[in-house]
Design a protein around this ligand. Structure first.
Ligand code: AMP
Ligand code: MG
Length: 404
């Protein structure tokens, strides 16, 4: 067993984690696997945008000389089918939104402003050059950057990459994250219930946190409190093809006789960066590295796992993905009186809603301990309290961090 050390401050723990989290190497991914990721290349327009003089209304492509007259409709131009002709005075084409204007078209008149009479169309008495036409290259020139390196692939950026003809893009990928729950007391959902055991809720929760946040590609595993089995499973995971970038374990990092995770990690050759943080919940949190690989040992109580993910794992993954590691806190007002005392920094789950004047109202959700999942179901944020005694009245200002 490792000797318990003096727990470090959460701020120091976070900066140690972030010092060890390196930006991941770029990879080429299919466009839709790259949603929300950071672009690792510049994407130029493959051609002028629009690539042709484009009609922006259903109507008629006309000559200015035919204002107030009734030119003859000589062709129909649908979107996607260019018509090779040179329009002359006295002639018009019927044209659809998105269609390329044939040569000689000087304006598009919308259908509502015209009267059709057989093969002729009556035009308004004034026409404006270029009306309802977006000229070729007027939005963007071929070769000019449409997206810059470092841009986030929002749905709008995905549209721009698609416009540039890209089916794959070079991006900073999501880290592969192995989640491993440890504990002899665990049975998986769907398995037969065994007296004295509990369901493994951390394994699906950790995978769900990664899937919901989009911060990692999870693979999930579980082990009992047996050194041989823990060692074999960890070796198997690390030998995976491809291996994970990050390991997140739940349970087995405290000081109990069967808390075997720290010694198993040391036996693997991992370097423990810290073990123990002055926080509630989740004091025995362990952070180690094995080469470039990051390893988080989160205390097994489900709410410690949640807090460990939001406090340390998510910031590390964001840093690896080229995103801002932490997000700004917000302030809110308590919906009622609230008291709390701890020698440690606390994260208290809360339901935060918008009040009548748009200010944020926080309702702390206090269960019967860090294993109580029923009391906290409405939580969307944490309230953060420094060590000490806090006796707060309704309306008092509190600092919060969003879960998402
Ligand atoms: P540990 O950190 O291993 O001492 O576990 C702390 C508490 O969390 C114990 O009550 C465990 O039974 C519980 N626990 C550990 N792992 C899980 C899990 N995967 N799902 C639900 N509860 C767990
Ligand atoms: Mg355990």
């Amino acid at each position: 067993m490792t000797t318990p050390r003096q727990p470090i401050e959460p701020a120091e723990a976070l900066s140690l984690v972030l010092e060890n989290a390196r930006l991941s190497a770029p990879e080429s991914l299919p466009l839709l696997e790259a949603v929300s990721l950071i672009l690792a290349e510049e994407i130029p327009a493959e051609h002028d945008l629009p690539p042709f003089d484009r009609a922006t209304m259903d109507g008629y492509g006309v000559r200015l000389a035919d204002a107030g007259r009734s030119p003859r409709v000589v062709a129909v131009v649908p979107a996607g089918r260019p018509v090779e002709l040179v329009l002359e005075d006295g002639d018009a084409v019927e044209i659809m939104t998105g269609a390329p204007c044939p040569q000689g078209v000087e304006a598009v008149v919308k259908v509502e402003s015209t009267t059709r009479d057989g093969d002729r169309v009556r035009l308004p008495s004034t026409l404006e050059r270029g009306r309802h036409i977006v000229a070729r290259g007027s939005e963007h020139r071929a070769g000019a950057p449409l997206l810059s390196k470092g841009a986030r692939l929002t749905p709008l950026a995905i549209a721009a990459a698609a416009t540039a003809g890209r089916a794959t893009v070079r991006v900073i990928p999501r880290p592969r994250v192995a989640v491993i729950s440890t504990g002899a007391e665990l049975t998986r959902p769907g398995e037969v219930r065994v007296p004295g055991r509990i369901r493994d809720s951390n394994r699906p929760m950790m995978a769900a946190l990664l899937l919901e946040s989009g911060l990692g590609e999870p693979s999930d595993h579980s082990v009992t409190d047996d050194r041989k089995i823990i060692d074999e499973t960890l070796r198997g995971i690390l030998a995976g093809e491809p291996p994970p970038h990050v390991l997140v374990l739940s349970g087995g990092v405290s000081v109990g006789r069967f808390d075997l995770v720290p010694e198993a990690l040391l036996a693997l050759g991992a370097e423990v960066v810290f073990h123990g943080v002055r926080q509630r919940p989740g004091k025995p949190l362990l952070f180690a590295r094995l080469g470039e690989r990051l390893i988080f040992g989160l205390p097994g109580n489900p709410l410690s796992v949640l807090a460990g993910f939001h406090g340390y794992v998510a910031p590390a993954l964001r840093r690896m993905m080229g995103l801002p590691a932490t997000r700004p806190p917000f302030s809110a007002h308590l919906d009622g009186p609230f008291q709390t005392t701890s020698e440690r920094h606390q994260r208290v789950l809360a339901e935060v809603t918008s009040g009548a004047d748009g200010e944020l109202i926080a309702r702390p959700l206090i269960g019967k301990g860090s294993g109580d999942l029923s009391a906290v179901q409405g939580a969307n944020a944490y309230l953060m309290f420094n060590p000490g005694h806090h006796r707060l009245r309704a309306g008092a200002e509190v600092r919060g961090e969003w879960l998402k």
